[in-house]
Design a protein around this ligand. Structure first.
Ligand code: BMA
Length: 377
């Protein structure tokens, strides 16, 4: 069943690449491979939904960095199509992330996943550049971190003219160095999807909706993209706009930085109860419609199962995400040492029902997208 589907997929992809009317990344100077990635993803999102997993290549709840290992592959026999990585604490020039993952090893795994023809997505939970300087706030829970929402002045303070402008520019310099370092063995820059300042509709990060004004949020985005793209000449990044739970289109679009900045419209929604299916359906409805209208990519960039539910993957997630052209759905990290894995503590990295999701002809894992040669056509 899956191979017939793959054949059809390839046929449609081939027709798509001949039609000549294809959408392009916001960055007019995007590298050839980045343009191909954008177009491949654009076509693939009509074919099926890719599976993505955060830190899949770095660790699982009971193993730590074994090159080539992956919870998804251990369980299904295939890697996820999309591999997620996190850059929090790279801004300080540290060797390891806020989750203790080595940035050198992240770079290594990004190269490996690119070589296999997989998609790479990157999140960033930067510390709070304002409150981290205050010794008193550092004593509070989450003080000085991305989750420190004790001051509403932080975004204004890092924009041009603000007192933390210099510090934040240094942080962006470090990000730039990291992105520039993402090259394959031939020196080709590796395209990545970067999703900073995520879950803007919530107010649990210092860039959240009640912590800064919409204008400040938009300015932060514009400043960041122009810094990396125009000042640092980095052209291997696709930028993803993202919110947490939203009920209306207006709520979703609040703070949207513009079509000249953004390549992907994405949504994060975790299952917290029975209404999830309907709420996700509603939100994806307008998010996808906006994306299609603007010729942008789409993703359910973070989601996770309802506690105690055995058949969540096949009965809740799959029916909704296959109703719309959703590019990928990503579930979050299996944090090392945690007693409860996604399968509720059974010792497996996923519940049995994950196999139904994997086997569906509408889901795409690495082998299926390898056929599409996403960086070459
Ligand atoms: C969060 C949690 C944190 C983690 C952060 C960045 O949602 O998983 O434990 O530090 O993501 O990966």
């Amino acid at each position: 069943m899956k191979s017939l589907y793959t054949f059809l997929l390839l046929t449609v992809l081939a027709i798509g690449s001949l039609s000549g009317k294809e959408p392009s990344p916001a960055d007019k100077k995007a590298t050839k491979e980045t343009v191909y990635l954008f177009r491949s993803l654009f076509r693939l999102q009509n074919m099926g939904v890719m599976y993505g997993h955060q830190d899949d290549l770095m660790y699982g709840s009971n193993w730590w960095y074994e090159k080539g290992r992956s919870d998804t592959r251990d369980f299904t026999g295939d890697y996820p199509a999309v591999a997620g990585f996190e850059l929090g604490h790279l801004e300080h020039g540290h060797e390891r992330s806020l989750d203790s993952v080595s940035f050198a090893q992240i770079t290594e795994q990004i190269k490996a996943h690119f070589k296999r023809g997989g998609v790479i997505t990157i999140s960033w939970h930067p510390d709070n550049p304002l409150t981290m300087q205050d010794p008193v706030s550092k004593t509070r829970r989450q003080g000085g971190t991305a989750w420190d929402v004790s001051s509403k002045d932080v975004v204004a303070s890092i924009l041009p003219g603000g007192k933390n402008y210099k510090i934040f520019s240094t942080w962006l310099d470090r990000l730039a160095t990291f992105f520039i370092g993402l090259k394959d063995d031939h020196g080709t820059p590796i395209p990545v999807i970067f999703r900073p300042y995520h879950e803007h509709s919530g107010s649990f990060f210092w860039w959240g909706t009640d912590i800064c004004t919409d204008k400040e949020y938009i300015d932060l985005w514009k400043y960041t993209v122009r810094y990396l793209r125009d000042k640092k000449n980095i052209h291997n990044i696709l930028y993803a706009y993202n919110t947490d739970w939203v009920a209306t289109r207006e709520q979703y679009m609040r703070g949207y930085p513009g079509d000249d900045i953004i390549d992907m419209l994405s949504l994060d929604m975790y299952d917290r109860g029975e209404k999830f299916g309907l709420e996700l359906d509603n939100a994806l409805g307008f998010v996808i419609q906006e994306a299609v209208k603007r010729s942008k990519l789409t993703a359910l960039s973070e989601t996770g199962p309802r506690r105690g539910m055995d058949n969540w993957w096949s009965s809740v997630l799959l029916p909704v995400v296959t109703k719309y052209p959703v590019g990928y759905v990503l579930t979050w990290r299996h944090s090392y040492g945690s007693r409860f894995s996604m399968s509720g503590g059974s010792g497996q990295p996923f519940p049995d029902d994950f196999m139904n999701f994997y086997k569906s002809p509408r889901t795409l894992f690495l082998k299926e997208i390898q056929f599409a040669d996403i960086y070459k056509k």
